[in-house]
Design a protein around this ligand. Structure first.
Ligand SMILES: Nc1ncnc2c1ncn2[C@@H]1O[C@H](COP(=O)(O)OP(=O)(O)OP(=O)(O)O)[C@@H](O)[C@H]1O
Ligand SMILES: [Mg+2]
Length: 192
């Protein structure tokens, strides 16, 4: 499977869910002119104790039972390093965690953005109560999705009902198309 940033974002946000987060905020910022692509995932989960923080980029470290390796963050760290980018993990026990990955926009080795609607829908599937906020900035324009707003319009239908997720996927695809269509985005170019 081709490596995509959207897969990394899904991995990082799954860590948030596994840490008991009820609120997750994902921001993707693309600034080709400034040669920058950055994403961040903020959660209100359990946080990472200092002794775990020291091992985060060690693939043979995981706190999850039944597992021998924890590959999510080391894999992201490797992708960032191949491009001379930066991975920052800030966490406070009892408060939450913020993971920020920064890449040069123009780097041959940078994974493409990939399918963000799929990542968002995958996070919500089976997690209808999650408060998820997703903001995407491209060339200074931005799009924002907040499950709180969507939920208020659903009148009691669960957010993770199959028909809602199907609609959400289309809604995200259409809005990202509009966001990217105004510029010369790699996702728009690949599709067109
Ligand atoms: N957002 C987070 N909140 C709390 N703990 C976290 C968070 N992200 C990572 N961790 C801790 O860091 C460890 C390593 O994370 P990493 O994603 O690299 O591996 P993993 O989640 O254990 O396994 P894998 O990603 O391969 O399923 C986790 O086991 C967990 O203890
Ligand atoms: Mg993980």
């Amino acid at each position: 499977m081709l490596e995509e940033l959207a897969h990394h974002i899904l991995d990082v946000a799954r860590n948030s869910l596994e840490a008991g987060a009820t609120r997750v905020e994902i921001v993707v910022e693309e600034d080709p002119a400034g040669d920058l692509l950055r994403f961040s995932v903020v959660d209100n989960g359990s946080g990472i104790p200092p002794y775990v923080q020291r091992h985060l980029t060690n693939p043979f470290f995981t706190t999850k039972s039944g597992k021998k390796v924890g590959l999510g963050l080391p894999f992201l760290q490797a992708a960032v390093e191949r491009c001379g980018g930066n991975l920052e993990i800030k966490s406070e026990v009892g408060r939450g965690t913020k993971v920020t990955a920064t890449f040069p926009y123009y780097c041959w080795d940078r994974p493409p953005l990939g399918d963000m609607p799929r990542t968002i829908v995958s996070l919500l599937a089976g997690n209808g109560h999650l408060n998820l906020c997703y903001r995407h900035i491209f060339q200074g324009q931005s799009f924002k999705m907040d499950t709180a707003e969507i939920r208020s319009r659903l009148k009691g239908i669960p957010l993770d009902a199959p028909e809602v997720l199907l609609w959400l996927r289309q809604y995200l695809e259409e809005n990202l198309d509009i966001l990217f269509g105004g510029g010369d985005h790699e996702v728009a170019r690949r599709a067109g």
